[in-house]
Design a protein around this ligand. Structure first.
Ligand SMILES: NC(=O)c1ccc[n+]([C@@H]2O[C@H](COP(=O)([O-])OP(=O)(O)OC[C@H]3O[C@@H](n4cnc5c(N)ncnc54)[C@H](OP(=O)(O)O)[C@@H]3O)[C@@H](O)[C@H]2O)c1
Length: 356
């Protein structure tokens, strides 16, 4: 598999408070009332130019409860043959939609939102496969609407700083990267993380984050080799990826739904190294070592839960008439889904969406 090298990306406003307004308020609509919808809505409420306008759910009662908890003015549940998300998308007052359903429904929800003329922020994994991603990107571009995958960690000051250090030359030439993410997820055939119909498995749910360390420091690789374990349902319970680069660099990424890992990233260069402390998707400290010895530790705080930075970027881009973020370009989401398609082919994982 040959993939293009990613262009360098750094957040343009890492030192600004992401809660501070950058223009006129946007009216947000949130599709789904699950775990991440709650966390992101909590951070959305911190932005002074965000109006928590509407939420949709498959159940009216869940939409009502979510609206009252977070302060949304409208709550749309399934009603008389019309689905909650369709009712939300039919509301002309909604400017931008946040899609927080399981991965397997991202394509359907984002397509409907774009066809309704809404800007979209869509959770990771962006889609189930590259074909779905390419279709959404083409529709967004055709309609001149903003679309972005919600890889929130890209926008965190700590991650931006890590990638800045790696690209600065302080570590010399980056030769290898390791990153891991894992925890034992209780098994249930109907739980999102395990269900084949929802795009379950470690790859689509977790590997986005270890991959981010490789993309931010080395870019997209020339080749990927993958090993993994599948359960009886055919989803990957864990996987190990080796990424190879044309200049001889390598990245080794591991993701698991079975075991706790240190959730650590290391960037190793010819002059020194960088280590993350705290989770790899929200590091609180970065240790820089020159030679074998640690030289300094940099400390980081986050505004809110940390989703405020991606929400600021979406808001800023829409306010400025941009249809994609230069920090999280659509090409990176498409190339990530191509990379994941290649990994799934090696692991033997397929989903119902692949046959559509
Ligand atoms: N950025 C992050 O930090 C982060 C963290 C966790 C998850 N995520 C991503 O966010 C997405 C959702 O994850 P989650 O942990 O929030 O899952 P979750 O707690 O299971 O919530 C998903 C919600 O989507 C709706 N839903 C479920 N099945 C559906 C279906 N078949 N059709 C339409 N809607 C359905 C449900 O809301 P209603 O009942 O209200 O319809 C459900 O509560 C996943 O793609 C995941 O990868 C991102």
């Amino acid at each position: 598999m040959t993939l293009p090298i990613a262009t360098p990306w750094l957040f343009s406003q890492p030192n600004q408070d992401p809660r501070a307004a950058t223009g006129a308020a946007l009216r947000w609509g949130v599709i789904a009332t699950g775990r991440i919808a709650s966390l992101v809505s909590r951070d959305l409420a911190l932005l002074s130019d965000a109006e928590l306008y509407a939420v949709s759910s498959r159940q009216q009662a869940a939409a009502d409860a979510f609206a009252s908890e977070f302060g949304f003015s409208r709550a749309y549940g399934d009603d008389d043959g019309q689905q909650g998300y369709q009712r939300l998308l039919a509301d002309d007052a909604v400017d931008v939609v946040y899609v927080a359903t399981p991965h397997a429904q991202h394509h359907q929800m984002v397509l409907a939102a774009l066809n309704a003329g809404k800007h979209v922020l869509c959770e990771k994994a962006f889609t189930i496969n590259a074909r779905e991603a390419a279709e959404l990107i083409a529709v967004a571009r055709d309609k001149n609407l903003f679309l972005m995958e919600a890889v929130w960690s890209r926008f965190l000051p700590s991650m931006q700083r890590a990638f800045e250090i790696a690209r600065s030359g302080e570590l010399g030439t980056v030769r290898w990267v390791t990153a891991d993410l894992g925890f034992p997820a209780p098994y249930s055939p109907t739980a999102r993380l395990w269900a084949v119909k929802d795009g379950g498995g470690a790859l689509l749910d977790l590997t986005v984050y270890p991959l981010l360390w490789a993309l931010g420091t080395l870019g997209f690789p020339e080749a990927v080799s993958a090993t993994g374990a599948l359960n009886d349902d055919g989803v990957d319970t864990q996987n190990a990826l080796t990424l190879e680069y044309h200049h001889g660099a390598q990245a080794q990424l591991t993701s698991s739904l079975l075991a706790y890992g240190p959730r650590a990233a290391t960037v190793a260069g010819s002059l020194g190294y960088l280590q993350s402390l705290g989770s790899i998707n929200n590091p609180k400290q970065l240790v820089v070592g020159i030679g074998r010895e640690p030289l300094r530790t940099e400390h980081f705080d986050v505004a809110g839960l940390g989703y405020t930075y991606e929400l600021r970027e979406v808001t800023r881009c829409i306010q400025q008439g941009l249809t994609e973020s230069p920090v999280m370009p659509l090409e990176d989401s498409l190339n990530t889904m191509r990379l994941f398609d290649g990994v799934r082919a090696q692991l033997g994982v397929s989903y119902p969406n692949d046959a559509r």
